[in-house]
Design a protein around this ligand. Structure first.
Ligand code: NAD
Length: 345
């Protein structure tokens, strides 16, 4: 376990266990150098506690980098609750989890993530104020989708020298909160949509609303497209599938898209432009952070639009230095964190 913390430079790890409400959870705080750690709460079945722990640690670092490059005053953290098997009392479990968060005194602020919605955040909010994305605060996914759309425009301009998406083939994997909204933006912009989801209701919806071509999840990499937009779960860019990839750009909302750092280098070497996940998907974090601190929508929208500019400079630096975009963005984020440490010293 300490090796994992060391590998991702995670500052704190909290274990939450309350047997009578079946609560088993981890809260990983990567850094609070730029402000209180803000990051979503995952609620999923895990094969074992080690897999949940690994998820929390790995995702926490991404949140620090995301906040650093999005320019919001937050550190990076993530919580993962192992979904109990069989019947459980959700209200009790999440209220208990809220008490654990409260005991951290504001060093960690939670939000929705895979498996949680505003309902769970409302239960947490009964016990602590260190929570965003409650039903009063609104859903950040719309801003994540807007940021991904702006990022795709920046990638298309850099890779193809085009100012719009008309006629480009975009494959969206995952039509959930973010993916469906992204599909709508892409459709309105004149892209030719291909969609893939394990949930057949969602693919049928995308087919009827946007005239999208449906791709079976087992045949994902058989389709040629200009842009692949992963909006499902992480690890989709992996060593098994890399040789099958046939696109010019990878740009989507999923967290931890790359199985490891070598995958980022492989994409670069193959001439596939990768929009680093934690940069392009920062719209939701910007929304959560700025609503929590009381900012207005125009400020939030301005910051989300700026994500396209951040990506343009990453693409440029990558081209000039002959480095993968994933390495350029990691270096920029680390530099911001070091700068904050120097200022604090
Ligand atoms: P969601 O749970 O609403 O949607 C995910 C979708 O992916 C679902 O429709 C699901 O059926 C589908 N899916 C899962 N596995 C799949 C597979 N193997 N093949 C095809 N489809 C599959 O999640 P979301 O809120 O839309 O988030 C999507 C991704 O973006 C996640 O990785 C999340 O961590 C990341 N993200 C989301 C936000 C946000 O604001 N919601 C912000 C930043 C990052």
């Amino acid at each position: 376990m300490f090796d994992l913390l060391e590998h991702d430079h995670v500052q704190e790890l909290h274990v939450c266990h309350q047997a009578d409400c079946q609560l088993n959870a981890f809260i990983a705080i990567h850094s609070t150098r730029l402000g209180p750690a803000l990051g979503g709460c995952r609620f999923m079945p895990y094969r074992h506690a080690g897999a949940a722990l690994r998820d929390a640690i790995r995702l926490a670092r991404g949140m620090s980098y995301k906040a650093a490059l999005a320019g919001v005053p937050q550190g990076g953290g993530k919580s993962v609750i192992l979904r109990p098997e069989g019947h459980f009392d959700g209200a009790r479990l999440f209220r208990e989890f809220g008490r654990f968060i409260d005991a951290l005194g504001g060093r960690y602020i939670t939000a929705i993530d895979a498996g949680t919605t505003a309902r769970e955040m409302d239960w947490i909010a009964e016990e602590t104020t260190h929570v965003t994305s409650t039903s009063d605060a609104g859903n950040p996914s719309a801003y994540t989708a807007l940021g991904v759309y702006k990022g795709i425009l920046a990638a298309v301009e850099h890779r193809f020298g085009l100012a719009d998406l008309a006629g480009l083939r975009v494959l969206v994997q995952g039509l959930g909160n973010v993916g469906m909204r992204l599909a709508q933006y892409l459709h309105q912009a004149g892209a030719k949509l291909l969609v893939c989801d394990i949930d057949t209701t969602r693919v049928h919806q995308a087919r009827s609303c946007f005239g999208a071509q449906v791709v079976h999840p087992d045949r994902l990499f058989e389709e040629t497209c200009d842009i692949f937009a992963p909006c499902g779960l992480g690890g989709v860019i992996n060593h098994r599938h890399l040789p099958e990839m046939s696109c010019a750009i990878v740009a989507g909302s999923a967290n931890n898209q790359l199985e490891d750092a070598d995958c980022g280098r492989w994409l670069h070497d193959e001439g596939i432009l990768y929009a680093p996940d934690y940069v392009i998907n920062a719209g939701g974090l910007i929304y959560a952070s700025l609503t929590h601190s009381g900012s207005g929508i125009s400020d939030i929208e301005f910051r989300v639009h700026q994500l396209g500019e951040t990506l343009r400079s990453i693409f440029q630096l990558s081209e000039e230095g002959g480095l993968p975009t994933s390495e350029v963005s990691d270096a920029l984020a680390e530099e911001k964190l070091c700068e904050a440490t120097r200022k604090a010293a």
